[in-house]
Design a protein around this ligand. Structure first.
Ligand code: UD2
Length: 325
């Protein structure tokens, strides 16, 4: 995909979503700076582009480091964050320093270095457990975790910087993103990463509750396309967009799909429902469709197939001592 900016900074660019974005930017001929403190990201995620990017091992809590890496950039994609919701509950103060002060630093760095645009990775978590479906951007957000508060307030900081300083910006509320490089190692990791690593080693997964709960899963490369399109939208500064597939499937069905792609017959093990889980979630993506021309190029099944292939490859590498899964 062509882009109309020459140099981009990606905060959190060594992470799961960030590294896919960095690859796409480099493929589009864009000069890319990556700032990442490697707390969740890995340099190995950037292996295929390492000779074509400038990497800064730094923290978004350091304004001077951000200013240095933002120099000459036309745009900042701000993805760096404490993304584990539980971590923001266990340690709200230090996670706020990263997610909120860090975001303010990104905006200040943009202002001071004359970066023209910022795109923020926000989250469907801002909707909280409002039972109305699908979630659309006109609903009043009702965060239920520090993480969701961080993302909502970050959206507002962007809007305010647009109004006060003319900094063009857009926030994208991602639904449940999945794909290669997503870390399956914590009980709070995305369900697809956990199911994939089980499938790759032919083990049965655990399903919490009856498995009829539903989610809107979106393949990471569809998210990258949304980020690139959002980076080129001027007319909607300060606006927010849902980025999902626009449809939902149950966790039971999800495992059936993965098991069948893997030629596996393992029955899941059922445990009691996870405290605080919402039952259903799906985003209305009409606004992104009409304003950002957003479409899901990869279907759920295609995404699952590509993801399974990657996790299987990682298992092979683990066997030979090189993998991270
Ligand atoms: C996401 C966030 C969560 C919180 C929530 C707010 C992630 C990974 N999780 O949770 O922290 O912000 O949104 O709405 O970003 N499940 C299983 N077996 C497993 C793992 C999960 O059955 O091994 C279930 C889980 O109980 C849930 C569903 O799968 O019902 C999806 O879980 P998830 O953690 O991937 O995503 P979600 O939307 O519940």
């Amino acid at each position: 995909m062509n882009v109309d900016f020459k140099k981009a900074l990606v905060t959190g660019g060594a992470g799961f979503i960030g590294s896919h974005l960095v690859e796409a930017l480099a493929a589009a001929g864009c000069e890319v700076a990556v700032l990442d403190n490697l707390s969740g990201g890995h340099l190995s995620n950037l292996e295929s582009v390492k000779s074509r990017i400038s990497f800064y091992e730094n923290d978004i809590r350091q304004l001077d480091a951000l200013e240095q890496s933002a120099a000459d950039c036309d745009i900042i994609f701000h993805l760096a964050a404490v993304v584990a919701v539980q971590q923001t509950i266990d340690d709200p103060i230090s996670s706020t320093m990263v997610n909120n002060i860090g975001t303010l630093n990104v905006l200040e760095a943009a202002r001071k270095t004359n970066v023209r645009r910022v795109v923020l990775a926000s989250s469907c978590a801002v909707y909280g457990d409002d039972p109305r479906l699908p979630k659309d951007e006109s609903m009043t957000p009702m965060p239920t975790s520090p993480y969701a508060v961080h993302k909502l307030s970050a959206e507002h900081y962007l809007r305010v910087y647009g109004e006060l300083f003319g900094l063009k910006n857009v926030s994208l509320r991602f639904f449940n993103v999945f794909g290669p490089r997503q870390d399956p190692s914590s009980p709070y990791s995305g369900v697809i990463s956990i199911f994939m690593s089980k499938a790759a080693s032919h083990q049965a997964p655990v399903i919490y509750g009856d498995g009829n709960q539903t989610r809107d899963f979106i393949y990471v490369k569809n998210v990258v396309k949304a980020l690139l399109q959002a980076g080129q939208t001027d007319q909607k500064t300060g606006d927010v967009f849902n980025i999902g597939s626009g449809s939902r499937i149950s966790i039971n069905r999800l495992w059936e799909l993965i098991a069948s792609l893997n030629g596996q017959q393992s029955e899941p093990v059922y445990h009691s429902a996870r405290g605080g889980d919402i039952l259903h979630s799906v985003g209305n993506i009409d606004k992104a469709r009409s304003i950002l021309n957003f479409t899901n190029e990869f279907s759920l099944e295609q995404g699952l197939e590509l993801t399974l292939e990657w996790y299987r490859g990682q298992m092979g590498e683990v066997g030979s001592g090189n993998g991270e899964v």
